[in-house]
Design a protein around this ligand. Sequence first.
Ligand SMILES: NC(=O)c1ccc[n+]([C@@H]2O[C@H](COP(=O)([O-])OP(=O)(O)OC[C@H]3O[C@@H](n4cnc5c(N)ncnc54)[C@H](O)[C@@H]3O)[C@@H](O)[C@H]2O)c1
Length: 307
Amino acid sequence: MKILITEFMDVEYVELLKTNFEVTVDHDLSTNNTELKKIINSFDALIVRNKTQVTKEVLDKANNLKFVGRLGVGLDNIDTVYCKNHNIHVQPATGMNADSVAEYVINAALTLLKNIPLMHQETLIGNWPRTSISSRELRGKTIGLLGFGLIAKKVSTLAKVFEAKIIAYDPYLDPSVGNQFDTKLIDINDVFRMSDVISIHLPLTENTKNLLNYNTFKKMVKQPIIINSSRGSIVNEQDLLRAYEEKLISGFALDVYNTEPVPKAFLEKVKKNTNCILSPHVAGVTEESNKRVSEFIAKTAKEFFNL
Ligand SMILES: NC(=O)c1ccc[n+]([C@@H]2O[C@H](COP(=O)([O-])OP(=O)(O)OC[C@H]3O[C@@H](n4cnc5c(N)ncnc54)[C@H](O)[C@@H]3O)[C@@H](O)[C@H]2O)c1
């Protein structure tokens, strides 16, 4: 049984797979679909993160493929419809990195409400901005969550410790789901109107693409902090910068981008004295979560093949 791993996986669990599989690890294949198409035919299983594009063209060549393991949760880099139609099992590591993302969100909310990026820059150049830059508490603030799935629920639980109020928009859920987490499920425009912090926890779909754009930023009343740790194209990045310039929002944290790695052209537009945090799609990637997702996918692959 042959397994191909194209992105980083905890070494301990690559070794575990080697006890049952003939394992090939080649990270270069995550950005080289031409080569991937050439060799995929001999593999029974493929393990990826979010870089490898498991497209129809790749899958067309994968005559022996029965299992695709995703070391994470978003499946937008995998043609899941094709997999379903061709009996290829796609296995995300559901829930295994949710704690890491939830902590990232709380950290971003606190850091940006307290204007820490601005404080840091001013202090570093010898200024002493004790009174010129203000700072706020998370306590008593309203956090609006777009999507109320696994990660958003964890954010909600953590935020309660800070005595923040939580509201959320998720029309696919029964309101009683929100009640279990002391979270009111409401209309999206009310989330825009009422929130001091807006954090996005949606999948990328035709409905969610470009969901935060100039028009929606204009509906935000309380100059919220925007946090996107879900998928890049859900936020219109140019409109986000414009909204910050026009003080419609008071800061932003981006972990995900329209194009990754994020193009220089975008970075050049982010002014130095911006209250923002930019990170390279790592909200879900901690030492702990890497072990959890790797263990989960390795064990699930073994079980899938009855090994
Ligand atoms: N940055 C990272 O490292 C990282 C790590 C893990 C997950 N993610 C991303 O975070 C996002 C959330 O993950 P999750 O595990 O909480 O997902 P989930 O599937 O548990 O929750 C998503 C929720 O969004 C809701 N939803 C779907 N379409 C909607 C729409 N049009 N309007 C409103 N609600 C809608 C669903 O009903 C569901 O409750 C995903 O995009 C995932 O890819 C990013």
